[in-house]
Design a binder for this molecule. Structure first.
Ligand code: SDX
Length: 424
């Protein structure tokens, strides 16, 4: 097959620069611009809209056709047939677990769910009304104080153990964040419960009564975690990779991903969607909010709509809407007013040329908040749920990057400041 190249013609040179063009398994080719720096040339791409930052085998997204694959498996099939821990194993190891591998992995995760008792003391320093993401970011960063000296990130087994620990401890810390906010005692993980049932137990259980967790809600929680498990080089995953590229402690890298995820343009959107639905409050107000979203002079955006990559339906939103139906039905709140407003808002937006022209569709965050609210999770904890689900993705990308030669990430800039000048 002939080698593909791209020619870069510069106005001040006669000979064009030949740049290699590289193909992936599927998806767009990339122009390899690494040689440009030796010619004193940078590319310019704020927001990395047109930039492939790395090679990866973990997740593939086809935004035009609404396709999301994890190690080749469609998200719809994983949501239906795989557990969240099966998906974690797949992201980390590249294949779905065999029956024995599944049992061993579940057992490994089970015995890493507790956190050092000293971590309990961390929470005494947080105000009760601290934002849950502030507490989660602090607590996860704090884990690096417990797992650092003996951690050799160049050792694949050490990296795998770090991955197992952070996947296992995230739900425990997420529940502790919630309990601190409501003033209830922390609940210890139960080794006879599944991952998501355990999370709901640690969230809503109390020492005053035996565990009781709904199978339907545990299943819904598990699928929600699966739908959030990974998403290629999104802002928070890119942050984890960039932090990891300096050789930083993996728990500190995950804390940096939590920080990036917090923003309303990223993982914070699920919380912002609920706030928006509460603000809309009645179907008769929807058209005004649509007008606001379209008004260039109004910073308001329709939260849960639009995506940098998906210019078609986000396949996760489609699954999420189905779970929404099932959970609300199961809880007997099918006529939840917020769900009704969301459905109406989606229908109106999808018929509006502003959204059609810009290919703005509901994303993963549009329905997740309604389900989480129905399960009893407070709005300000939604992004903590997102972070818990995204942890296997973050740590799999970190592990993938460190498992082969890598360079520290260090982008350049287009300098528009003062040229050299002397002090007065
Ligand atoms: C997540 O990257 C990932 O994969 C992220 C994620 C993951 O799993 O990790 O999928 C999770 O972050 C989902 C996205 C959650 N965020 C939101 O729902 C917030 C609302 N959405 C927007 O802020 C926006 O759509 C982004 C941030 C998601 C994407 O922004 P882009 O790709 O930078 O697009 P843009 O801002 O250049 O918008 C293009 C046009 C603009 O209009 P024009 O200037 O062309 O006239 O579309 C408009 C924007 O004003 N637009 C919207 C809109 N989103 C884009 N207008 C109204 N409402 C919106 N939601």
């Amino acid at each position: 097959m002939t080698k593909k190249t791209a020619e870069l013609h510069l106005s001040d040179t006669t000979t064009p620069l030949d740049l290699p063009v590289i193909s992936g398994t599927v998806g767009p080719d990339v122009v390899d611009v690494r040689s440009l720096v030796s010619k004193g040339i940078f590319t310019f791409d704020p927001g990395f809209v047109s930039t492939a930052s790395c090679e990866s085998e973990i997740t593939y997204i086809d935004g035009d056709n609404g396709i999301l694959l994890h190690r080749g498996y469609p998200i719809e099939q994983l949501a239906e047939k795989a557990s969240f821990l099966d998906t974690c194993f797949l992201l980390l190891n590249g294949e779905l677990p065999t029956r024995q591998e599944k049992a061993d992995f579940e057992n490994t995760i089970r015995y890493h769910t507790m956190v050092d008792q000293q971590i309990h003391e961390f929470f005494k320093g947080f105000p009760r009304n601290a934002h849950p993401m502030a507490m989660l970011c602090g607590a996860v960063g704090g884990l690096s104080a417990f797992y650092h000296e003996n951690l050799d990130i160049e050792d694949a087994d050490h990296r795998k153990q770090a991955a197992h620990r952070i996947i296992a401890k995230m739900p425990t810390l997420a529940a502790m964040v919630y309990k601190h906010g409501v003033g209830q005692p922390f609940m210890y993980p139960q080794n006879d419960m599944g991952f998501s049932a355990n999370f709901l137990h640690m969230m809503f259980g109390t020492p005053c009564e035996p565990p009781k967790v709904s199978k339907t809600l545990s299943k819904a929680m598990d699928v929600i975690f699966t739908l959030h498990a990974d998403h290629e080089q999104n802002a928070s995953t890119s942050t984890v990779r960039l932090a990891g590229s300096s050789g930083a402690n993996p728990y500190a890298c995950i804390a940096s991903g939590i920080a990036a995820l917090w923003g309303p343009s990223h993982g914070g959107a699920n919380e912002a969607v609920l706030e928006m639905l509460y603000e809309i409050n009645d179907e008769k107000n929807i058209s005004n909010f649509i007008l606001k979203a379209k008004d260039k002079d109004d910073p308001f955006r329709l939260m849960g709509f639009g995506h940098r990559v998906y210019k078609n339906f986000d396949p996760r939103a489609t699954v999420m809407r189905k779970i929404c139906d099932d959970v609300l039905e199961e809880l007997g709140v099918k006529d939840d007013p917020l769900f009704r407003i969301a459905r109406k808002l989606e229908q109106i937006a999808l018929e509006d040329e502003y959204f059609i022209d810009r290919k703005l569709y509901p994303n993963v965050d549009f329905y997740s908040g309604i389900i989480l609210k129905a399960i009893g999770i407070p709005t300000n904890l939604f992004t903590v749920i997102f972070a818990t689900g995204r942890t296997p993705g973050w740590i799999s990308h970190w592990d993938e990057m460190l498992s082969s030669p890598y360079k520290i990430g260090r982008p350049r800039q287009l300098y528009k400041g003062h040229a050299r000048r002397d002090m007065p």
